[in-house]
Ligand binder design. Structure first.
Ligand code: DC
Length: 213
């Protein structure tokens, strides 16, 4: 059995940062499932046909601090992380047929020596047998701050009250939709990292991994 760490949580909970650092540290594969939904939304917005096939030609390069998303030699990182694509990806993710289309694409990340997968339904739908299931969360204020910094680091101008509304709407929709909503599974361990540094959060999760594997 290939080991899996599934991390679910709302936007700005830090799951992206934590999952990426864990994967780099363990030398395991990394699935940013939100990115798959974002790519779908980006291709849809740009009226690209055969989206399912085109998604596999989008490349994700990353290290601990930076990332680059490339489509047909074009750097689309800023578009993919924009507020517009955040909203559109959340909207389209409510549709069952789109979730079904993206299921196998996500499953294909499960390869030796292991996988760190983050998103909304990693524990509940994609990898329900994973021994480590984490529900990562933080207060709305802290998540808003993180999102703000993330967008500013991408050189984007941000309207704080608009961002707060967008984050609230997106969280509500992602948690209340009928198909595969964000939910804490019975096996998930809740980690609230409102007052934790990235390093502290990492060591809490590494301890859980060591206990379970
Ligand atoms: O994690 P993120 O903010 O990049 O995700 C963007 C959107 O994609 C999110 O608002 C809902 C959707 N999503 C999903 O429905 N299921 C996942 N496993 C990951 C993301």
């Amino acid at each position: 059995m290939i080991p899996i760490v599934a991390i679910d949580g709302p936007s700005g909970s830090g799951k992206g940062t934590i999952a990426k650092l864990l994967a780099l540290d363990l030398g395991w594969n990394y699935l940013d499932s939100g990115l798959i939904y974002r790519c779908y939304a980006y291709l849809l917005k740009n009226k690209i046909i055969n989206i399912k096939k085109e998604i596999s030609s989008i490349k994700h390069e990353f290290d601990a601090l930076n990332e680059k998303i490339i489509y047909k030699d074009k750097d689309i990182t800023i578009d993919i992380r924009s507020a517009e694509i955040s909203m559109l990806s959340s909207e389209i993710s409510q549709q069952q047929h789109i979730r079904d289309d993206l299921f196998e694409i996500q499953k294909a990340y499960l390869k030796e020596p292991g996988l760190v997968a983050e998103g909304r339904d990693m524990s509940s739908r994609l990898f329900p047998d994973s021994k480590v299931q984490i529900f990562l969360t933080a207060s709305l204020e802290e998540r808003l701050n993180r999102r703000l910094n993330q967008l500013r680091n991408h050189g984007q101008k941000v309207n704080i009250s608009k961002l707060k509304d967008e984050l609230t709407i997106r969280d509500q929709r992602d948690s209340e939709r009928k198909v595969s909503p964000l939910t804490k599974t019975a096996n998930s361990i809740m980690v609230d990292n409102t007052n934790e540094t990235v390093e502290d959060t990492l060591s809490i999760i590494k301890k859980i991994i060591n206990e379970r594997y």
